[in-house]
Design a protein around this ligand. Structure first.
Ligand SMILES: C[S@@+](CC[C@H](N)C(=O)[O-])C[C@H]1O[C@@H](n2cnc3c(N)ncnc32)[C@H](O)[C@@H]1O
Length: 334
């Protein structure tokens, strides 16, 4: 990592980049930032169209960059130099040759002595369509297991956006979660190991078995969310109407929405839950509750991804439809 000059954030009123001992650089709020604020919309520097990319995919994309873009790419952080002894030394014989090569490439990049095309990609890439991309400004945000901001690939505006999801005080670091927020500590630790660091947030550092700690509360919430996720997953989406016929289904969805909020998780999962609650209430003919839930879905969707997000209109349309139905019911009653 080039540590001599602090990278510039794009011209903006929300945050600046600062050096942080042991974390490289990070992004700090210039003023108080409220939930829903879009602080960044960043264009991809280098992308690949598949999730299980090979070094050759990155090489081809890199070759298409200008010299300045190539230099910018190599200023980004790289998680190379990890101890090979901390990683499995063999690949199981049943693994197909192409996958074997892919695993080996990733392993070599992590444990190699220098920053490479692939080690930089591994450390900074974010999901983009069916593949992944590196976004030069979004790549400067560090991780926390209870973050205050969230990121999304917005295919409509072709940018990676970062929205504040928990209010940030002036001077506070703005952080994202590199992991799924419902993952438990062992899984998060393993996922973050791929980036070459051990998380020091309170959900990771405090004793989860000590009931007085935040880590305990967080672990309990994540555990329950995983349970509820498993119990409801198959009845959401296309089978939602079937779910609506189950007595405790909507209660479970409401519990999940509450737990996500308690955990500070206002990512796209939350509006999706509110939308499903709205649809279930609509199936059941409870248009009043449906309207409340749909309004929350639209609000939460806008907060985490913006009104220009590709499926935002779906949310807004459900709210309009439910409002219309409620209006008819109320008119008939009057
Ligand atoms: C996408 S980059 C984030 C920006 C990076 N700090 C920089 O200087 O450009 C990811 C890398 O940042 C560092 N990092 C991110 N979050 C961290 C954390 N919570 N603790 C320690 N290092 C962290 C790790 O080295 C990780 O591989």
């Amino acid at each position: 990592m080039a540590m001599n000059t602090i990278p510039m954030a794009p011209a903006n009123e929300f945050y600046e980049i600062r050096a942080i001992p042991s974390k490289g650089y990070g992004c700090f709020a210039l003023k108080q930032l409220l939930r829903g604020t879009r602080i960044l919309a960043d264009s991809p520097l280098l992308s690949v169209s598949v999730g299980d990319y090979m070094l050759s995919d990155i090489e081809a994309a890199f070759a298409a960059l200008t010299t300045d873009e190539q230099s910018l790419y190599f200023t980004l952080h790289s998680g190379h130099g990890q101890d090979a002894k901390l990683w499995p030394s063999r690949i199981h014989e049943t693994v197909e040759p192409q996958e074997r090569r892919r695993i080996q490439e990733q392993h070599d990049a992590r444990t190699g002595d220098t920053a490479t095309l692939i080690s930089i990609f591994q450390t900074n890439c974010m999901e983009k369509d069916r593949g992944a991309g590196v976004f030069p400004h979004a790549a400067r945000f560090n991780h926390c297991c209870n973050p205050n901001a969230c990121f999304s690939w917005n295919a409509k505006i072709e940018k990676e956006t970062i929205h504040v999801m928990n209010d940030v005080a002036a001077g506070e670091e703005i952080v994202l979660s590199y992991c799924d927020m419902i993952h438990d500590k062992p899984l998060r630790t393993w996922e973050l190991k791929h980036y070459g660091f051990v998380c020091d947030c309170r959900a990771c550092v405090e004793d989860e078995d000590d009931e007085t700690t935040y880590a305990h509360l967080s672990a309990v919430r994540r555990f329950r969310l995983n349970e509820l996720e498993r119990e409801t997953r198959l009845l959401r989406g296309a089978r939602l109407e079937e779910g609506a016929s189950q007595e405790d289904f909507v209660t479970k969805l409401v519990q999940m929405a509450a737990l996500h909020q308690m955990e500070g998780d206002f990512t796209a999962r939350l509006p999706a839950l509110f939308l499903d609650i709205a649809l279930v209430c609509e199936f059941k003919g409870d248009f009043k509750m449906a309207e409340v839930a749909a309004a929350r879905a639209v609000h939460a969707k806008k907060d985490c991804q913006g009104a220009d997000f590709p499926d935002y209109d779906k949310y807004a349309n459900v709210l309009h439809r439910i409002k219309d139905k409620l209006h008819v019911v109320q008119k008939n009653k009057a």
